[in-house]
Design a protein around this ligand. Structure first.
Ligand code: IPE
Ligand code: IPE
Ligand code: MG
Length: 272
């Protein structure tokens, strides 16, 4: 049994969906079979997140660096992406989900663009949850794009160099239009970020799961969220437990702490 507090949900969850290839290799099957099974996990986790009331879910589906994989694997991934978008279209539209995409979308083949673009525009007005697919995405590339935009404004004389601020960069990151990620999960056992959401990760809570992505179950998502809820996010301030050295008011700043489950009125009991 996993307990998830209804009040303290992460607003924006990012997931590095890793381990499809190893899942297949462990079974003596082609890597592509792992990707196919992985798309079932995507369906499962999107539904679970929507049911929980998560406001934004960003899934790292294909990195800019993944283009360098063998052509056969890249082609199969693009085909699976197309199939996923076609099969999920009605569910996305019926459940108030806005389908968003970030990354170098111009590199995607027409088989993907012809189903991705209409779904993005048809779901644009939906507000229950934003599902963002990171496709041909790279965190460094996104930072470079934002920097380039600001450089152009400076060159055109519409912005001063002193106005190249943290906020101005943030405003030009498509991955952060739904807010910074609160929780980032990586499956597949590796403890690394692999060029995901670099700028937005500043104060994200990280959760690493050993489950290979095709095996990642609803219960694993609830466990990640429960782990998030048990942490104190300090954002550089001092913790609740710290004794204020300057007394009330002066320098006694504390960050918001997650309510303990016994304090919160509603606790979702989720059986995995
Ligand atoms: C993640 O699984 C899917 C993509 C990166 C497209 P992998 O294909 O990286 O699986 P492993 O890490 O090789 O097991
Ligand atoms: C990260 O996984 C990219 C996606 C999940 C889409 P990779 O498998 O590409 O990352 P590395 O190569 O292990 O760092
Ligand atoms: Mg991998």
């Amino acid at each position: 049994m996993v307990y998830v507090e209804a009040q303290n949900l992460p607003s924006h969850i990012g997931i590095i969906m890793d381990g499809n290839g190893r899942w297949a290799q462990l079974r003596g099957r082609e890597r592509v079979e792992g990707h196919r099974e992985g798309s079932k996990a995507v369906r499962r986790i999107v539904r679970a997140a929507r049911r929980l009331g998560i406001r934004a879910l960003t899934l790292y589906a294909f990195s800019e660096q993944n283009w360098a994989r063998p052509d056969l694997e890249v082609d199969a991934l693009m085909q699976l992406l197309r199939e996923f978008l076609l099969s999920e279209r009605d569910d996305i539209l019926d459940n108030g989900i806005r389908l968003n995409a970030i990354g170098n979308l111009g590199r995607l083949p027409a088989v993907v663009r012809t189903v991705l673009d209409p779904l993005r525009s048809d779901s644009a007005g939906q507000e229950a949850m934003t599902l963002t697919l990171a496709l041909s995405y790279g965190g460094r590339e996104e930072i470079a794009n934002a920097a380039r935009e600001l450089a152009r404004e400076v060159a055109a004389g519409t912005r001063s160099a002193d106005d190249v601020t943290e906020e101005a960069l943030h405003a030009r990151m498509p991955s952060l239009s739904v807010g910074d990620p609160d929780l980032v999960i990586r499956t597949g056992g590796e403890r690394r970020i692999s060029n995901f959401l670099l700028y937005g990760l500043a104060y994200a809570e990280l959760h690493f799961s050993d489950a290979l992505w095709p095996d990642f179950a609803e219960a694993d998502l609830y466990e990640a969220i429960a782990s998030f809820q048990g942490r104190e996010r300090r954002f550089g301030l001092v913790g609740k437990a710290a004794v204020p050295v300057l007394g009330e008011g002066e320098g006694a700043a504390t960050s918001e702490r997650a309510p303990r489950s016994e304090e919160s009125a509603t606790v979702l009991r989720l059986v995995g």
